[in-house]
Design a protein around this ligand. Structure first.
Ligand code: AMP
Ligand code: GLY
Length: 404
């Protein structure tokens, strides 16, 4: 099986690495890729947001499966174009991807499917926004309706700041604040059925101790030894199955991964957000632990033939994000990165890098993901941070408390 991965970040690097380990996969190709991915896959230039270009590339390369990494190509209709070209695709259609592309649509689906989530109002005027803020009270949660790369959500006690954010968006969802730890559960879906991966946790805030602004994610780990018994089964029953059934009922069969972001509140798990793709950096740790060969699993989703639940290896994985100076505001790019690519129990995944002559340089906010593994969380954490400490990138920073 020849597999083409679309994307250029740490998640795609992890996908290519795991696909390469699947004996059923004869070749991994990636577009547009990055310097780290080139160790596993031939890379090709492409505009990932141009469905015609991606379908044409997949046809020319004679691939059997296309795996779409990020959300923007999904919302642009890349999966639809690939399937129309007669090639299997892992990733929901443009319309089904609106579960991530529009927070208001996601809320509508959850309401119809009776999925536990925060009460919410979609607002388009200042009056509506102000009324919703007062209805739910502080802390205020204000979400840009559309895609915003993890930066469209403001959670604050300051009503003025909440309203100001609402006014910068065409349409906002204002909702009730959900208290409690957050966890991520990814379900692989084949259009009619779904199977879970294991639970992971992401660290969204910039600074240690969950301070600073929200980011795309500063680190992750899996599994979660403290998670309540039966949580995965409960979320599959109360969230995943009803959601994909509701989408099917609307003529939008869901093929790909449904990312469920949850808050474990005192009243049970509630959905904070859905995404239509693998989470980043949770995928990096999940794939480290996945034992079931990835290519076969993703192909089964694309062809409606999902089998039993995927199997995970014992032990833990921890990912630490090395971010560029000034991330997330205005990340500095173009600085040379040096240091080892791996140790016995840790390795580097490239998230925002490019070649500059013979050097690899920073080219994004989240530059590298360092993944460590071991028999338990503490050893995985140690392995990751030992390698992090050996990588040099001027002005870079990282959280020191991932998985602590
Ligand atoms: P989202 O893009 O919807 O995942 O929101 C980004 C982050 O904002 C989440 O991971 C949460 O940390 C926070 N957040 C979103 N919605 C809520 C909510 N209803 N209550 C509390 N925190 C939230
Ligand atoms: N880890 C958060 C995200 O992928 O949206």
């Amino acid at each position: 099986m020849r597999v083409l991965v679309i994307g250029s970040g740490g998640r795609e690097h992890a996908l290519c690495r795991s696909l390469k380990l699947d004996p059923q996969v004869s070749e991994v190709l990636c577009a547009p890729g990055n310097p780290g991915i080139e160790r596993y896959a031939a890379v090709y230039p492409v505009d990932p947001l141009d469905p015609g270009q991606v379908a044409e590339l997949a046809t020319r390369l004679r691939v059997d499966l296309v795996v779409v990494g990020p959300e923007a190509p999904l919302v642009a209709g890349v999966s639809d174009a690939v399937r129309e070209a007669g090639i299997a695709c892992f990733g929901p259609s443009r319309e089904a991807a609106m579960i991530e592309g529009s927070k208001a649509f996601a809320k509508e689906i959850m309401k119809a499917a009776d999925v536990p989530t925060a009460r919410a109002r979609a607002c388009t005027t200042e009056e509506e926004a102000a009324a919703a803020l007062d209805e739910f009270g502080a802390p205020y949660v204000v979400k840009d309706d559309g895609l915003a790369a993890g930066k469209g959500v403001v959670v604050t006690h300051d009503r003025e700041q909440a309203l100001a954010h609402a006014l910068t968006c065409d349409r906002v969802v204002i909702e009730e604040y959900l208290d409690g730890p957050e966890v991520s559960l990814f379900a692989l879906c084949d259009g009619s059925t779904a199977v879970p991966l294991q639970l992971a946790q992401d660290f969204k805030r910039l600074h240690d101790g969950d301070g600073g602004p929200n980011t795309g994610g500063m680190g992750a780990y899996t599994p979660l030894p403290w998670a309540p018994e039966g949580l995965t089964e409960q979320v599959m029953r109360e969230v995943v199955h009803p959601t994909i059934a509701e989408l099917s009922r609307r003529g939008l069969p869901y093929q790909g991964v449904l990312y469920v972001g949850l808050a474990l509140t005192s009243k049970g798990p509630k959905v904070v957000e859905f995404n239509a793709r693998f989470g980043d950096p949770e995928t990096q740790v999940l794939l480290d632990r996945l034992e079931t060969p990835l290519g076969g699993l993703l192909m089964a989703c694309a062809t409606g033939e999902l089998g039993p639940d995927p199997v995970f290896k014992q032990g833990s994985a921890v990912a630490v994000v090395i971010a560029a100076q000034n991330y997330p505001v205005a990340p500095v790019k173009g600085d040379v990165i040096t240091g080892p690519q791996g140790t016995e129990h840790a390795y580097v995944l490239h998230a925002g890098t490019k070649w500059a002559d013979d050097d690899v340089v920073s080219d994004g906010g989240r530059v590298l993901n360092v993944v460590g593994n071991g028999p338990d969380k503490e050893s995985a954490r140690q392995a990751a941070y030992d390698l992090v400490g050996r990588i040099k990138l001027r002005g870079s920073h990282y959280r020191t408390d991932i998985a602590r």
